[in-house]
Design a protein around this ligand. Structure first.
Ligand code: SIN
Length: 346
């Protein structure tokens, strides 16, 4: 051994340093979902109990993560994501902000149910004040199923969160070897493993054999560019979604007004077209000081601003994501003109 190499090796041995010490520190926050789901048989893939397995068991099932990062786990919730509430996503955002402000945390992975994985990652995309990686993952098959997808998704999410290139890209969603942006990823099929897509915008990158390849960046504002700060808040303004369809009744708007909601997302037909009944309901809601956003129930495309109704906000977000942005926007203002700008920017 050359003298220089000898001294470096000796120094490393004396300081107790090993290769493992160079690994990033990643915290896994578990919230439940199918990735933590348990069924009564190895073939059952519907009707099982989501959120049955704790975070340490999820980590123990994938010892390969320890080659990628120093991993620690915390249980934030253990629920099916249909039971996620504004309170839980607010708590999650605050915890992620706390963790990422620590020097000894390099990234966060969040395990979550797929059913509302449109929503929570987008909320964190708007409210996390760090460029360190925040990566959501999930599974379509419960942990007990033959060929469960959760373990590989978890490993890939930790790999993505550990990678320097993942910094500053906004909150990411990793499933099925694909890396997507929280702003665009949406569940497109109730059963298929390959359900998370960004149909118009595409994925940001892929991960194959642990190798990450990024192809795109998101132009919309997020994380460190976002003006939204929920760290001192204890609740989010209530916003409901009203679906447009043949015979949609006006009385749904009366119920929303009576429940003192602060915002309504109208999931309109086509490019957000409004029936005469919904039009009457929307006008009543606006008179009551409620901000109304027109979105499209088609899940894609753009809803144009209606120049005849400048108080009516619109944009390109699907109804579930529009609700997240409107709740967040209402923490700053209830001026529809400013909220329209947020819908253009975020
Ligand atoms: C859930 O969203 O919690 C259940 C369904 C899933 O995770 O796939």
């Amino acid at each position: 051994m050359k003298l220089g190499a000898f001294f470096v090796t000796a120094l490393l041995l004396m300081s107790g340093s090993t290769f493992a010490d160079k690994l990033p520190n990643i915290v896994i926050l578990a919230t439940g979902g199918t990735i933590a789901g348990s069924a009564t048989s190895h073939t059952q893939t519907t009707g099982y109990k989501p959120g049955a397995i704790g975070v340490q068991n999820l980590i123990n099932a994938v010892p390969e993560v320890n080659k990628v990062a120093h991993v620690t786990g915390e249980q934030v919730a253990n629920i099916g994501s249909e039971n996620m509430t504004s309170d839980v996503i607010l708590k999650l955002s605050k915890r992620v902000n706390e963790l990422l402000s620590q020097k000894d945390v390099d990234g966060v992975v969040i395990t979550h149910g797929t059913d509302t994985l449109d929503e929570t990652p987008y909320f964190l995309n708007l409210t996390v004040k760090s460029d360190k990686p925040v990566v959501f993952t999930a599974a379509m098959r419960p942990a007990t199923a033959i060929s469960a997808d959760g373990p590989m998704n978890l490993l890939e999410a930790v790999t993505v969160a550990s990678n320097e290139q993942s910094k500053g890209r906004g909150v990411l969603v990793v499933l099925n070897d694909k890396i997507g942006a929280a702003r665009f990823m949406t569940k497109t099929n109730a059963n298929s493993l390959d359900t998370f897509k960004a149909p118009e915008e595409g994925y940001l990158g892929t991960i194959i054999d642990g190798h990450i390849e990024y192809n795109n960046r998101v132009e919309k504002k997020h994380t460190t560019d976002s003006i939204f700060d929920v760290r001192q808040l204890n609740e989010l303004p209530p916003v409901v979604i009203i679906y447009g369809y043949q015979d949609d009744p006006e009385y749904i708007y009366d119920a929303a007004i009576a429940h003192h909601v602060k915002g309504i997302i109208y999931a309109g037909t086509g490019a957000g077209s409004v029936s005469v009944r919904s039009d009457a309901g929307i006008k009543k809601a606006e008179k009551a000081g409620i901000v109304v956003v027109r979105s499209s129930r088609t899940g894609g495309g753009s809803v144009p601003v209606d120049s005849a109704q400048p108080g009516l906000v619109s944009g390109t977000l699907n109804p579930a994501k529009a609700r997240i942005l409107l709740m967040t926007a209402l923490t700053k203002t209830n001026d529809p003109v400013q909220i329209q700008q947020f819908f253009n920017q975020y």
